[in-house]
Design a protein around this ligand. Structure first.
Ligand code: M6R
Length: 592
């Protein structure tokens, strides 16, 4: 949450900062700002709203500064207003700070600083960092930062510049992501790699407890004690285009349509014999899958697959519920942490806590070099490329592909099972070719205020994921339920104003879900079926039908989720909502 960008070079910093911020906007977008060292003085500009508001207010200003920092905010402390927007400055207006994360002890620090007559101007925790650095400054920004961080508690990343040293920026990582970008005669920092792609593909993701001293002609990375560290440079294979819309109206739509390719990439990686899944699930007493949001839903599909093919009991836990639980986990247990970003605080902290209790940690991540990737004993990558839309789509299906490959990895039928997976990208393409039909149906339901998604067995996680997609981008209240649970309470909600989306491929629970559909129809609910083409029985029952091609039972989630992603997208777009940056959300949630 919140995006940070920083630059020390010889070109105008403002252009770099604004381009970087636009690519980080998915991390938060309630206000934005920049600080520059312009003619030896600190220049700060901030605006409520999206980056375009900031750009508008800077329009026509000829700012030549070559050092600067920028920020796009997702508010944690203090209401959304210009005053609380970042950067924040110290009382003398000499130091500017941008920050991502939370300073948990800021109240105590604030009281301590106020006793020293430091005046606070904002309601943020960040302002404390600016005051602390200023108080500790004795001619060297790095030293002042190293002293200031000794006082801070929480999980954070921040960057600071000062007019006293115009060609330098210092940034710190402790619990929130930060990546150094390496250029020629210029260096960068950013919360995430896509912000750096227009400028460089050579990066160093910082570890927690590291500080970078950034200058035009070099950079130095230290630990919190001030010891110089040697770090390896990583070359990012992603291209700039993959982080652009490529003719689609929204990133989300582009990412939905990318799935045949991304799935192909992921599957090919795991099919080649040379790729050895580094662990055998059967060596573990039990498996605990830890994740949030969409990644959790992928994990739920994975549970069914692992239990079927590896025959190991799998538990699924929301990461935010695991960290502070007394779950008896230890030696012989495997934690599978699933995260697109690899930076989600809930997932990272919960998995790491379990690792410390003795469990082995295997992560499934999209962002190589992310914190979770580095903290894990083993990582499996989803290879889906950057996902910019806040609503996860292509990374969900890529996570499914990895989980399937993992589940079958030590099964005797592995080869056949993986062969089956090869059919998926082409079939996903077939589903996408009928997007217009999905749009037609979706628009009939755009004005409804509620929706229920039902599924059983492998279609239950698909129901959860379909409902999450609809609620997060269209703000329509939607719930996913195991279809069999309906009769235990939620059926009371059904009437003619309640559309029910029933995911009903012809699988082992097909007849059961048909009965559940009948129960809904008997109460005048409207049913949209998601099922196999040529399934006349389902067609006859439902008001509308979202069709997918026939596929074996185990692989149905790969296909049935696609029309549901499109369904949510077309409704949100029709309602004129900001599909890629829905209200109140952020792509990467780095607070607990
Ligand atoms: O990066 P992660 O996979 O750890 O993110 C987890 C959730 O925050 C994420 O899936 C969220 O629910 C998305 N907005 C879903 O579309």
């Amino acid at each position: 949450m919140c995006g940070i960008v920083g630059y020390a070079g010889t070109s105008p910093a403002l252009l770099v900062l604004l381009q970087g911020l636009e690519r980080l906007e998915y991390r938060g977008y309630d206000s934005a700002g920049v600080a520059l060292i312009e003619n030896g003085k600190l220049y700060v500009e901030k605006k409520v709203g999206k980056i375009r508001e900031l750009i508008r207010s800077l329009w026509g200003k000829e700012l030549k500064a070559t050092t600067g920092i920028g920020h796009t905010r997702w508010a944690t402390h203090g209401e959304v207003c210009e005053l609380n927007a970042h950067p924040h400055v110290d009382s003398k207006g000499e130091f500017a700070v941008v920050h991502n994360g939370i300073i948990e002890n800021y109240r105590e620090l604030k009281e301590e600083l106020q006793r020293k007559s430091i005046e606070y101007k904002t309601q943020t925790d960040t302002e404390t960092i600016a005051h602390l650095i200023s108080l500790n400054y004795e001619g060297d920004l790095l030293k002042a930062v190293l002293k200031a961080i000794k006082k801070l508690k929480g999980a954070y990343a921040f960057a600071v510049i000062t007019m006293k040293e115009p060609n330098r920026a210092v940034a710190v990582r402790y619990g929130s992501p930060l990546v150094v970008g390496i250029g020629k005669g210029e260096n960068f920092i950013a919360s995430d790699i896509p912000a750096l792609l227009p400028f460089t593909k050579d990066v160093i993701p910082l570890n927690d407890g590291e500080v970078v001293d950034l200058r035009p002609d070099g950079f130095f990375i230290y630990d919190f004690e001030g010891n110089l560290l040697t770090k390896e440079i990583m070359h990012v294979p992603w291209d700039t285009l993959s982080a652009e819309k490529g003719g689609f109206k929204h990133f989300m739509l582009k990412e939905i349509f990318e799935q045949p390719r991304t799935l192909g990439d992921t599957i090919r990686g795991y099919i080649s014999r040379s790729y050895d899944i580094p662990i055998n699930l059967r060596d573990f007493r039990r498996v605990l899958v830890v994740a949030c949001g969409t990644s959790y839903h992928a994990g739920l599909v994975g549970k069914y697959w692992i239990e079927r093919y590896a025959k190991i009991p799998v538990e699924l836990v929301y990461a935010s519920e695991l960290r502070y639980s007394d779950s008896p986990i230890g030696d012989g247990d495997l934690i599978i942490a699933i995260s697109q970003s690899g930076e989600t605080a809930d997932t990272r902290f919960a998995s790491f806590a379990m690792k410390e209790k003795g469990a082995m940690l295997l992560s499934i991540v999209n962002v190589i070099g992310s914190a979770l990737d580095r903290e894990s004993d083993y990582s499996l990558y989803t290879h889906a490329g950057p996902e910019i839309g806040v609503a996860a789509t292509k990374t969900f299906t890529a996570q499914l592909a990895v989980l399937y490959a993992l589940a079958v990895s030590h099964s005797e039928e592995r080869e056949n099972l993986m062969e089956n997976l090869l059919k998926v990208p082409h079939l996903v393409e077939e589903v996408l070719s009928e997007a217009e039909k999905v749009k037609e149906i979706a628009l009939k339901y755009a004005e409804f205020k509620n929706a229920i998604y039902l599924g059983r067995y492998l279609s239950y996680p698909v129901a959860l994921e379909g409902a999450l997609k609809l609620k997060e981008i269209s703000y329509i209240h939607a719930e996913g339920y195991p279809a069999g649970e309906m009769k235990h309470g939620p059926i009371a909600l059904i009437d003619e104003r309640m559309p029910v989306i029933a995911i009903a491929p012809t699988d082992r629970v097909y007849e059961k879900i048909l009965s559940n559909i009948e129960e809904v129809l008997a109460r005048k609910g409207k049913v949209i079926g998601v099922g196999f083409r040529k399934d006349q029985k389902l067609k006859d029952l439902c008001q509308d039908i979202l069709e997918v091609p026939q596929i074996e039972e185990n692989l149905t989630p790969f296909l049935t989720i696609i029309p549901l992603q499109l369904f949510a997208y077309y409704i949100a777009d029709y309602l004129g909502l900001d599909v890629d940056q829905p209200r109140n959300l952020a792509k990467t949630v780095t607070v607990e």
